[in-house]
Design a protein around this ligand. Structure first.
Ligand code: PXG
Length: 443
Protein backbone atom coordinates (compact mmCIF):
# COMPACT_ATOMS: atom_id res chain seq x y z
CA UNK A 1 0.00 0.00 0.00
CA UNK A 2 1.22 3.50 -0.85
CA UNK A 3 1.87 5.67 2.22
CA UNK A 4 -1.08 7.97 2.85
CA UNK A 5 -0.28 11.52 1.68
CA UNK A 6 -2.98 13.17 3.76
CA UNK A 7 -3.82 13.46 7.44
CA UNK A 8 -6.94 11.85 8.88
CA UNK A 9 -7.56 14.15 11.81
CA UNK A 10 -9.48 17.10 10.32
CA UNK A 11 -12.44 15.17 8.90
CA UNK A 12 -15.07 14.56 11.60
CA UNK A 13 -16.69 11.38 10.31
CA UNK A 14 -20.48 10.90 10.61
CA UNK A 15 -21.98 8.11 12.75
CA UNK A 16 -18.47 6.70 13.19
CA UNK A 17 -16.21 5.92 16.13
CA UNK A 18 -13.67 8.51 14.87
CA UNK A 19 -10.76 7.63 17.17
CA UNK A 20 -11.17 3.91 16.58
CA UNK A 21 -11.43 4.37 12.81
CA UNK A 22 -8.46 6.71 12.56
CA UNK A 23 -6.32 4.23 14.49
CA UNK A 24 -7.15 1.48 11.95
CA UNK A 25 -8.77 3.01 8.85
CA UNK A 26 -10.87 1.10 6.36
CA UNK A 27 -10.62 2.97 3.06
CA UNK A 28 -12.28 2.45 -0.29
CA UNK A 29 -10.76 4.08 -3.35
CA UNK A 30 -12.96 2.78 -6.17
CA UNK A 31 -16.03 0.67 -6.88
CA UNK A 32 -17.53 -1.26 -9.78
CA UNK A 33 -20.73 -3.28 -9.89
CA UNK A 34 -20.81 -5.49 -6.76
CA UNK A 35 -17.36 -4.62 -5.42
CA UNK A 36 -15.37 -1.92 -3.69
CA UNK A 37 -11.59 -1.77 -3.94
CA UNK A 38 -9.67 -0.84 -0.82
CA UNK A 39 -6.59 1.36 -0.64
CA UNK A 40 -4.48 -1.78 -0.23
CA UNK A 41 -5.90 -3.22 -3.43
CA UNK A 42 -8.38 -5.73 -2.00
CA UNK A 43 -11.84 -6.35 -3.46
CA UNK A 44 -14.74 -6.18 -1.01
CA UNK A 45 -18.17 -7.56 -1.92
CA UNK A 46 -20.80 -4.92 -1.18
CA UNK A 47 -23.43 -6.58 1.00
CA UNK A 48 -25.28 -3.36 1.80
CA UNK A 49 -25.50 -1.42 -1.49
CA UNK A 50 -23.17 1.24 -0.13
CA UNK A 51 -25.55 2.34 2.60
CA UNK A 52 -28.79 0.88 1.24
CA UNK A 53 -28.59 3.12 -1.83
CA UNK A 54 -26.54 1.69 -4.72
CA UNK A 55 -29.38 -0.54 -5.90
CA UNK A 56 -28.09 -1.04 -9.46
CA UNK A 57 -24.50 -1.62 -8.37
CA UNK A 58 -21.53 0.73 -8.55
CA UNK A 59 -20.10 2.81 -11.37
CA UNK A 60 -22.92 2.22 -13.82
CA UNK A 61 -21.84 3.68 -17.16
CA UNK A 62 -25.18 5.18 -18.11
CA UNK A 63 -25.44 7.05 -14.82
CA UNK A 64 -21.82 8.21 -14.85
CA UNK A 65 -22.16 9.55 -18.39
CA UNK A 66 -25.44 11.31 -17.65
CA UNK A 67 -23.83 13.16 -14.76
CA UNK A 68 -20.77 14.06 -16.83
CA UNK A 69 -22.85 15.39 -19.71
CA UNK A 70 -25.14 17.38 -17.47
CA UNK A 71 -22.20 19.01 -15.68
CA UNK A 72 -21.01 20.34 -19.04
CA UNK A 73 -24.46 21.53 -20.16
CA UNK A 74 -26.09 23.18 -17.15
CA UNK A 75 -24.20 22.91 -13.89
CA UNK A 76 -26.74 24.77 -11.80
CA UNK A 77 -29.99 26.66 -12.14
CA UNK A 78 -31.83 28.41 -9.31
CA UNK A 79 -34.84 26.37 -8.24
CA UNK A 80 -36.80 29.26 -6.71
CA UNK A 81 -38.89 31.21 -9.22
CA UNK A 82 -36.86 29.65 -12.07
CA UNK A 83 -36.95 26.25 -13.69
CA UNK A 84 -35.04 23.85 -15.86
CA UNK A 85 -36.49 20.78 -17.56
CA UNK A 86 -35.02 17.98 -15.48
CA UNK A 87 -36.92 18.12 -12.16
CA UNK A 88 -40.20 18.23 -14.10
CA UNK A 89 -39.10 15.10 -15.96
CA UNK A 90 -38.06 13.29 -12.77
CA UNK A 91 -41.38 14.23 -11.15
CA UNK A 92 -43.29 12.79 -14.11
CA UNK A 93 -41.28 9.56 -13.97
CA UNK A 94 -41.90 9.14 -10.26
CA UNK A 95 -45.60 9.89 -10.72
CA UNK A 96 -45.78 7.09 -13.30
CA UNK A 97 -43.99 4.64 -11.01
CA UNK A 98 -45.96 5.25 -7.85
CA UNK A 99 -49.32 3.70 -7.07
CA UNK A 100 -52.53 5.63 -6.48
CA UNK A 101 -52.56 9.38 -6.74
CA UNK A 102 -49.10 10.01 -5.27
CA UNK A 103 -48.57 12.31 -8.18
CA UNK A 104 -46.60 15.37 -7.10
CA UNK A 105 -42.91 15.47 -6.22
CA UNK A 106 -40.97 17.96 -4.11
CA UNK A 107 -37.19 17.59 -4.33
CA UNK A 108 -34.64 17.58 -1.53
CA UNK A 109 -31.02 16.47 -1.18
CA UNK A 110 -31.27 13.63 1.33
CA UNK A 111 -33.58 11.39 3.26
CA UNK A 112 -33.32 13.65 6.30
CA UNK A 113 -34.50 16.62 4.27
CA UNK A 114 -37.31 14.55 2.75
CA UNK A 115 -38.55 13.67 6.23
CA UNK A 116 -38.43 17.21 7.56
CA UNK A 117 -40.12 18.41 4.37
CA UNK A 118 -42.89 15.83 4.78
CA UNK A 119 -43.52 16.83 8.40
CA UNK A 120 -43.66 20.52 7.48
CA UNK A 121 -46.02 19.74 4.61
CA UNK A 122 -48.33 17.88 6.97
CA UNK A 123 -48.51 20.84 9.33
CA UNK A 124 -48.97 23.34 6.49
CA UNK A 125 -51.66 21.18 4.85
CA UNK A 126 -53.81 21.05 7.95
CA UNK A 127 -53.37 24.77 8.46
CA UNK A 128 -54.45 25.37 4.87
CA UNK A 129 -57.59 23.33 5.62
CA UNK A 130 -58.35 25.51 8.61
CA UNK A 131 -57.17 22.93 11.14
CA UNK A 132 -53.93 24.55 12.20
CA UNK A 133 -54.32 23.09 15.69
CA UNK A 134 -53.28 19.70 14.29
CA UNK A 135 -49.66 19.87 15.40
CA UNK A 136 -48.90 16.50 16.93
CA UNK A 137 -46.61 14.28 14.91
CA UNK A 138 -46.57 10.59 15.74
CA UNK A 139 -43.49 8.48 15.11
CA UNK A 140 -42.52 5.07 16.38
CA UNK A 141 -39.98 3.64 18.77
CA UNK A 142 -36.95 2.31 16.90
CA UNK A 143 -37.89 4.40 13.88
CA UNK A 144 -35.13 6.18 11.95
CA UNK A 145 -35.98 9.26 9.96
CA UNK A 146 -32.61 10.87 9.44
CA UNK A 147 -30.50 13.25 11.42
CA UNK A 148 -32.35 16.58 11.28
CA UNK A 149 -34.41 17.93 14.16
CA UNK A 150 -37.80 16.86 12.82
CA UNK A 151 -36.62 13.40 11.88
CA UNK A 152 -34.83 12.88 15.18
CA UNK A 153 -37.94 14.05 17.05
CA UNK A 154 -40.24 11.52 15.40
CA UNK A 155 -37.47 8.93 15.30
CA UNK A 156 -37.15 6.40 18.05
CA UNK A 157 -33.51 5.42 18.33
CA UNK A 158 -32.44 6.44 21.84
CA UNK A 159 -28.75 7.02 21.06
CA UNK A 160 -29.70 9.43 18.27
CA UNK A 161 -31.88 11.48 20.63
CA UNK A 162 -30.24 11.60 23.99
CA UNK A 163 -27.64 14.35 23.43
CA UNK A 164 -30.01 16.79 21.76
CA UNK A 165 -32.43 18.08 24.38
CA UNK A 166 -36.18 18.33 24.06
CA UNK A 167 -36.42 18.25 20.23
CA UNK A 168 -39.88 19.08 18.77
CA UNK A 169 -42.45 19.59 21.52
CA UNK A 170 -45.59 17.95 20.11
CA UNK A 171 -44.41 14.46 19.27
CA UNK A 172 -45.44 11.06 20.54
CA UNK A 173 -44.40 7.54 19.54
CA UNK A 174 -46.11 4.26 18.83
CA UNK A 175 -44.39 1.23 20.24
CA UNK A 176 -42.09 -0.76 18.01
CA UNK A 177 -43.28 -3.93 16.30
CA UNK A 178 -40.06 -5.71 17.23
CA UNK A 179 -40.88 -8.69 19.41
CA UNK A 180 -38.68 -11.75 19.46
CA UNK A 181 -41.02 -13.66 21.73
CA UNK A 182 -43.72 -13.68 19.06
CA UNK A 183 -41.92 -13.02 15.79
CA UNK A 184 -38.46 -14.55 15.81
CA UNK A 185 -37.24 -16.35 12.68
CA UNK A 186 -40.14 -15.04 10.57
CA UNK A 187 -39.87 -15.34 6.82
CA UNK A 188 -41.41 -12.23 5.31
CA UNK A 189 -44.15 -10.50 7.28
CA UNK A 190 -44.62 -11.90 10.78
CA UNK A 191 -48.08 -13.25 11.54
CA UNK A 192 -48.21 -11.62 14.98
CA UNK A 193 -48.44 -7.91 15.66
CA UNK A 194 -51.24 -6.23 13.67
CA UNK A 195 -52.90 -5.34 16.98
CA UNK A 196 -49.94 -3.09 17.87
CA UNK A 197 -51.44 -0.53 15.47
CA UNK A 198 -54.47 -0.23 17.76
CA UNK A 199 -52.30 1.78 20.13
CA UNK A 200 -52.75 4.70 17.74
CA UNK A 201 -56.43 4.81 18.54
CA UNK A 202 -56.47 3.39 22.07
CA UNK A 203 -53.68 5.43 23.58
CA UNK A 204 -52.41 8.18 21.30
CA UNK A 205 -55.69 9.51 19.91
CA UNK A 206 -57.33 9.06 23.31
CA UNK A 207 -54.57 11.08 24.95
CA UNK A 208 -54.00 13.90 22.43
CA UNK A 209 -57.36 13.88 20.60
CA UNK A 210 -57.44 13.24 16.88
CA UNK A 211 -58.28 16.88 16.21
CA UNK A 212 -54.76 17.79 17.35
CA UNK A 213 -52.83 15.18 15.37
CA UNK A 214 -51.33 16.11 12.00
CA UNK A 215 -49.59 12.93 10.88
CA UNK A 216 -48.24 9.51 11.65
CA UNK A 217 -44.84 8.69 10.16
CA UNK A 218 -43.40 5.18 9.91
CA UNK A 219 -40.94 3.28 7.80
CA UNK A 220 -43.02 0.49 6.23
CA UNK A 221 -40.05 -1.75 7.01
CA UNK A 222 -37.74 -0.21 9.59
CA UNK A 223 -34.19 -0.40 8.25
CA UNK A 224 -31.65 1.32 10.47
CA UNK A 225 -33.03 -0.05 13.71
CA UNK A 226 -32.33 -3.55 12.48
CA UNK A 227 -34.67 -4.65 9.68
CA UNK A 228 -38.05 -4.79 11.40
CA UNK A 229 -40.56 -6.28 8.98
CA UNK A 230 -44.15 -5.03 9.37
CA UNK A 231 -46.52 -7.62 10.82
CA UNK A 232 -49.30 -8.78 8.52
CA UNK A 233 -52.17 -6.33 8.66
CA UNK A 234 -50.31 -3.72 10.73
CA UNK A 235 -49.88 -1.03 8.08
CA UNK A 236 -53.42 -1.61 6.84
CA UNK A 237 -54.68 -0.88 10.35
CA UNK A 238 -52.63 2.30 10.63
CA UNK A 239 -54.08 3.43 7.30
CA UNK A 240 -57.61 2.76 8.46
CA UNK A 241 -57.24 4.57 11.76
CA UNK A 242 -55.59 7.58 10.08
CA UNK A 243 -58.44 7.74 7.54
CA UNK A 244 -61.08 7.54 10.22
CA UNK A 245 -59.58 10.51 12.08
CA UNK A 246 -58.35 12.75 9.24
CA UNK A 247 -54.69 12.12 10.11
CA UNK A 248 -52.11 12.03 7.32
CA UNK A 249 -50.07 8.85 6.97
CA UNK A 250 -46.45 9.37 5.93
CA UNK A 251 -44.32 6.48 4.77
CA UNK A 252 -40.58 6.92 4.96
CA UNK A 253 -39.42 4.78 2.04
CA UNK A 254 -35.87 6.11 1.97
CA UNK A 255 -34.63 2.52 2.28
CA UNK A 256 -37.61 0.51 1.01
CA UNK A 257 -38.02 2.51 -2.22
CA UNK A 258 -36.58 1.51 -5.58
CA UNK A 259 -36.81 -2.24 -5.45
CA UNK A 260 -35.37 -3.13 -2.06
CA UNK A 261 -38.39 -5.24 -1.10
CA UNK A 262 -38.69 -6.93 -4.48
CA UNK A 263 -41.21 -4.43 -5.86
CA UNK A 264 -40.87 -0.80 -6.86
CA UNK A 265 -41.93 0.56 -3.45
CA UNK A 266 -43.15 -0.93 -0.18
CA UNK A 267 -46.49 0.84 -0.60
CA UNK A 268 -47.02 -0.94 -3.89
CA UNK A 269 -45.89 -4.31 -2.57
CA UNK A 270 -47.94 -4.11 0.60
CA UNK A 271 -50.96 -2.38 -0.93
CA UNK A 272 -51.11 0.47 1.57
CA UNK A 273 -50.92 3.94 0.06
CA UNK A 274 -49.69 6.76 2.29
CA UNK A 275 -50.62 10.41 1.85
CA UNK A 276 -46.99 11.51 1.74
CA UNK A 277 -43.97 9.38 0.82
CA UNK A 278 -40.30 10.12 1.53
CA UNK A 279 -37.63 8.98 -0.90
CA UNK A 280 -33.85 9.37 -1.33
CA UNK A 281 -30.92 6.90 -1.57
CA UNK A 282 -31.83 4.67 -4.55
CA UNK A 283 -33.36 7.58 -6.47
CA UNK A 284 -29.94 8.36 -7.96
CA UNK A 285 -28.46 4.94 -7.22
CA UNK A 286 -26.47 6.74 -4.52
CA UNK A 287 -24.47 8.65 -7.10
CA UNK A 288 -25.51 12.26 -6.39
CA UNK A 289 -27.36 13.34 -3.24
CA UNK A 290 -31.08 13.65 -3.91
CA UNK A 291 -34.34 13.06 -2.13
CA UNK A 292 -38.00 13.43 -3.05
CA UNK A 293 -41.27 13.82 -1.22
CA UNK A 294 -44.26 12.49 -3.12
CA UNK A 295 -47.69 13.75 -2.13
CA UNK A 296 -51.17 12.70 -3.07
CA UNK A 297 -53.19 14.89 -5.32
CA UNK A 298 -55.51 16.03 -2.54
CA UNK A 299 -52.64 17.33 -0.44
CA UNK A 300 -51.10 19.25 -3.33
CA UNK A 301 -54.44 20.63 -4.53
CA UNK A 302 -55.34 21.82 -1.04
CA UNK A 303 -52.08 23.72 -0.79
CA UNK A 304 -52.54 25.23 -4.25
CA UNK A 305 -56.10 26.40 -3.71
CA UNK A 306 -55.70 27.71 -0.15
CA UNK A 307 -53.07 30.31 -1.05
CA UNK A 308 -54.10 33.50 -2.92
CA UNK A 309 -53.12 33.65 -6.60
CA UNK A 310 -49.55 34.82 -7.32
CA UNK A 311 -48.28 33.90 -3.87
CA UNK A 312 -45.91 31.17 -2.78
CA UNK A 313 -47.93 28.18 -1.55
CA UNK A 314 -45.25 26.53 0.60
CA UNK A 315 -42.45 28.52 2.17
CA UNK A 316 -39.93 25.75 2.01
CA UNK A 317 -37.16 24.50 -0.27
CA UNK A 318 -33.42 24.12 -0.70
CA UNK A 319 -30.75 25.77 -2.86
CA UNK A 320 -30.12 22.38 -4.41
CA UNK A 321 -33.75 21.17 -4.79
CA UNK A 322 -33.88 19.49 -8.20
CA UNK A 323 -30.18 20.08 -8.85
CA UNK A 324 -29.34 19.40 -12.52
CA UNK A 325 -26.67 16.78 -11.75
CA UNK A 326 -28.91 14.98 -9.28
CA UNK A 327 -31.83 14.99 -11.72
CA UNK A 328 -29.64 13.69 -14.54
CA UNK A 329 -28.45 10.92 -12.24
CA UNK A 330 -32.03 10.14 -11.21
CA UNK A 331 -33.31 9.89 -14.79
CA UNK A 332 -30.42 7.60 -15.75
CA UNK A 333 -30.88 5.48 -12.63
CA UNK A 334 -34.59 5.05 -13.28
CA UNK A 335 -33.70 4.03 -16.84
CA UNK A 336 -31.25 1.41 -15.60
CA UNK A 337 -33.76 0.05 -13.08
CA UNK A 338 -36.37 -0.25 -15.85
CA UNK A 339 -34.12 -1.55 -18.63
CA UNK A 340 -32.68 -4.28 -16.42
CA UNK A 341 -35.99 -4.89 -14.63
CA UNK A 342 -34.12 -4.77 -11.37
CA UNK A 343 -37.16 -4.54 -9.10
CA UNK A 344 -38.58 -7.70 -10.65
CA UNK A 345 -35.14 -9.30 -10.39
CA UNK A 346 -35.04 -8.52 -6.68
CA UNK A 347 -38.45 -10.15 -6.30
CA UNK A 348 -37.28 -13.25 -8.16
CA UNK A 349 -34.09 -13.54 -6.11
CA UNK A 350 -35.85 -12.96 -2.80
CA UNK A 351 -36.73 -16.63 -2.05
CA UNK A 352 -33.12 -17.68 -2.70
CA UNK A 353 -31.84 -14.87 -0.49
CA UNK A 354 -34.39 -15.83 2.18
CA UNK A 355 -33.22 -19.45 2.26
CA UNK A 356 -29.60 -18.34 2.35
CA UNK A 357 -30.00 -15.96 5.30
CA UNK A 358 -32.17 -18.39 7.24
CA UNK A 359 -29.40 -20.98 6.92
CA UNK A 360 -27.68 -18.82 9.58
CA UNK A 361 -30.44 -19.54 12.11
CA UNK A 362 -28.41 -22.20 13.89
CA UNK A 363 -25.14 -20.25 13.83
CA UNK A 364 -23.54 -19.28 17.15
CA UNK A 365 -25.04 -16.25 18.93
CA UNK A 366 -27.91 -15.84 16.40
CA UNK A 367 -31.22 -15.14 18.15
CA UNK A 368 -33.23 -14.05 15.13
CA UNK A 369 -33.19 -13.94 11.34
CA UNK A 370 -35.80 -11.90 9.46
CA UNK A 371 -36.11 -10.84 5.85
CA UNK A 372 -38.15 -9.37 3.04
CA UNK A 373 -37.14 -8.83 -0.59
CA UNK A 374 -33.39 -8.28 -0.68
CA UNK A 375 -33.00 -7.16 2.90
CA UNK A 376 -32.29 -9.23 5.98
CA UNK A 377 -31.60 -8.69 9.66
CA UNK A 378 -29.60 -11.19 11.69
CA UNK A 379 -29.81 -10.45 15.39
CA UNK A 380 -27.08 -11.61 17.76
CA UNK A 381 -27.17 -12.14 21.49
CA UNK A 382 -25.23 -9.18 22.92
CA UNK A 383 -22.16 -9.83 25.04
CA UNK A 384 -23.37 -9.13 28.59
CA UNK A 385 -22.45 -5.58 29.58
CA UNK A 386 -20.99 -4.84 26.14
CA UNK A 387 -23.83 -4.10 23.74
CA UNK A 388 -22.79 -3.69 20.08
CA UNK A 389 -19.33 -5.22 20.64
CA UNK A 390 -20.15 -8.64 19.21
CA UNK A 391 -21.75 -7.32 16.03
CA UNK A 392 -18.91 -4.85 15.50
CA UNK A 393 -16.40 -7.66 15.70
CA UNK A 394 -18.40 -9.58 13.10
CA UNK A 395 -18.34 -6.48 10.89
CA UNK A 396 -14.57 -6.12 11.19
CA UNK A 397 -13.85 -9.78 10.57
CA UNK A 398 -16.19 -9.81 7.55
CA UNK A 399 -14.42 -6.76 6.14
CA UNK A 400 -11.06 -8.47 6.52
CA UNK A 401 -12.47 -11.47 4.67
CA UNK A 402 -13.77 -9.32 1.82
CA UNK A 403 -17.44 -8.60 2.50
CA UNK A 404 -19.11 -5.39 3.62
CA UNK A 405 -22.02 -5.76 6.03
CA UNK A 406 -23.74 -3.19 8.28
CA UNK A 407 -24.44 -3.47 11.97
CA UNK A 408 -26.76 -1.57 14.25
CA UNK A 409 -26.61 -2.47 17.90
CA UNK A 410 -26.09 -6.23 17.80
CA UNK A 411 -28.06 -6.66 14.60
CA UNK A 412 -26.42 -7.34 11.25
CA UNK A 413 -28.15 -5.93 8.20
CA UNK A 414 -27.70 -7.22 4.66
CA UNK A 415 -29.14 -5.24 1.74
CA UNK A 416 -27.05 -5.97 -1.35
CA UNK A 417 -27.36 -4.25 -4.71
CA UNK A 418 -30.23 -5.77 -6.68
CA UNK A 419 -27.75 -7.01 -9.31
CA UNK A 420 -26.25 -9.53 -6.87
CA UNK A 421 -25.87 -13.05 -8.32
CA UNK A 422 -26.73 -16.31 -6.55
CA UNK A 423 -23.03 -17.24 -6.14
CA UNK A 424 -22.46 -13.79 -4.61
CA UNK A 425 -25.36 -14.36 -2.20
CA UNK A 426 -23.66 -17.64 -1.25
CA UNK A 427 -20.37 -15.83 -0.78
CA UNK A 428 -21.94 -13.10 1.35
CA UNK A 429 -23.87 -15.45 3.60
CA UNK A 430 -21.15 -18.12 3.59
CA UNK A 431 -18.47 -15.66 4.73
CA UNK A 432 -20.75 -14.27 7.42
CA UNK A 433 -21.59 -17.80 8.60
CA UNK A 434 -17.88 -18.65 8.72
CA UNK A 435 -17.17 -15.59 10.86
CA UNK A 436 -20.01 -16.47 13.25
CA UNK A 437 -18.67 -20.04 13.59
CA UNK A 438 -15.16 -18.71 14.18
CA UNK A 439 -16.45 -16.42 16.91
CA UNK A 440 -18.55 -19.20 18.40
CA UNK A 441 -15.42 -21.35 18.78
CA UNK A 442 -13.53 -18.44 20.31
CA UNK A 443 -16.16 -17.65 22.98
N1 PXG B 1 -35.18 7.80 6.57
C1 PXG B 1 -34.79 6.52 6.58
C2 PXG B 1 -35.80 5.44 6.67
C3 PXG B 1 -33.43 6.20 6.47
O1 PXG B 1 -33.05 4.93 6.49
C4 PXG B 1 -32.97 8.57 6.36
C5 PXG B 1 -34.31 8.81 6.47
C6 PXG B 1 -32.03 9.72 6.24
O2 PXG B 1 -31.46 9.78 4.99
P1 PXG B 1 -30.11 10.64 4.75
O3 PXG B 1 -30.00 10.62 3.27
O4 PXG B 1 -30.36 11.97 5.28
O5 PXG B 1 -29.02 9.91 5.49
C7 PXG B 1 -32.51 7.25 6.35
C8 PXG B 1 -31.03 7.00 6.24
C9 PXG B 1 -27.87 2.35 8.49
C10 PXG B 1 -28.01 3.74 7.96
O6 PXG B 1 -26.89 1.71 8.29
C11 PXG B 1 -29.19 4.10 7.41
C12 PXG B 1 -29.38 5.40 6.96
C13 PXG B 1 -28.35 6.31 7.03
C14 PXG B 1 -27.14 5.92 7.58
C15 PXG B 1 -26.96 4.63 8.04
O7 PXG B 1 -28.78 1.83 9.06
N2 PXG B 1 -30.61 5.72 6.48
Amino acid sequence: MKPRDYDLDAFWMPFTANRQFKAAPRMFVSAKDMHFTTDDGREVLDGIAGLWCVNAGHGRKKIVEAIQQQAGLLDYAPPFQMGHPLPFKVANRLKEMLPGDLDHAFFTNSGSESVDTALKMALAYHRARGEGQRRWLIGRERGYHGGNFGGVSVGGMPANRKAFGSLLPTVDHLQSTHNLEHNSFSRGQPAWGAELADELENRIITLHDASNIAAVIVEPLAGSAGVLVPPQGYLEKLRKICDKHGILLIFDEVITGFGRLGASFACEKLGVIPDILCLAKGLTNGSVPMGAVMVRKGVYDQMMTAAPQNTIELFHGYTYSGHPLACAAALASLDVFAEEQLFERAGELAPYFEDAVHSLSESPHVIDVRNMGLVAGIELEPIPGKPTARAFEVFQRCYEKGILIRTTGDIIALSPPLIISKPQIDELVGTLGGVLREMGRAS
